[in-house]
Ligand binder design. Sequence first.
Ligand SMILES: O=P(O)(O)OC[C@H]1O[C@H](OP(=O)(O)OP(=O)(O)O)[C@H](O)[C@@H]1O
Ligand SMILES: O=c1cc[nH]c(=O)[nH]1
Ligand SMILES: [Mg+2]
Length: 219
Amino acid sequence: MQVQELLQKNSIANKFIAQLRDVEIQKDRLRFRKNIERLGEILAYELSKELKYNKEHFQTPLGEVDVPQPESDLVICSILRAGLPLHQGLLNYFDDAENSFISAYRHHPDNDEKFEVLVEYMASPSLEGKTLLLADPMLATGTSFANVLEALKPMGTPAKIHLVSVIGSEVGIENLKEIFPPNSKLWIATIDKELDQNGYIVPGLGDAGDLCYGTKKQH
Ligand SMILES: O=P(O)(O)OC[C@H]1O[C@H](OP(=O)(O)OP(=O)(O)O)[C@H](O)[C@@H]1O
Ligand SMILES: O=c1cc[nH]c(=O)[nH]1
Ligand SMILES: [Mg+2]
């Protein structure tokens, strides 16, 4: 798995990341979701440079022109819940992509810091031979991405997988390098060094799902 980190180069993306992280600004859920969506758009643009293109012919009112067009076999798969605004950002640019939705959530069976990641819901077209964009804004331990890859296996083997994320941890990314095929690529806005004892990214931004949609009751 290759890794491309957006914030290695300064851009307007820095502003969106800073607003996601800021403990006061992030209280505005609408802005929080919108900033994840905007980063989805930027990451879509960056990864679009590596898609395959075919020359297509167009008629303007004044003449004819060839413009290479991206291949059309994209499937965007988001990991619920926090993947939803990232999904929308990708879909804003890849508007003719197919779509998958899959759940992954941290279940704390003993109400302590130990957790397992459960996948319980999936709605997906066939992925056989297609280009899969797997979207989750947080890549902490990497377990959600790993379990989702496993759960998607019955849907067929994609020709190429692009993982799309906003904040990752170094250890989580190393874990995924062992699991995802070598031709996969992670497009991520920024990478932090540490995880705390609860598996949260430090400094990170907190709980992305809760910041997008509110807290959830454990069950
Ligand atoms: O890399 P990992 O260690 O698996 O952690 C990252 C996952 O944790 C969060 O999901 P969470 O379980 O909080 O669900 P939510 O999106 O519904 O809040 C986040 O949205 C990622 O899916
Ligand atoms: O830091 C983290 C880790 C998992 N999930 C989040 O939302 N944030
Ligand atoms: Mg959460």
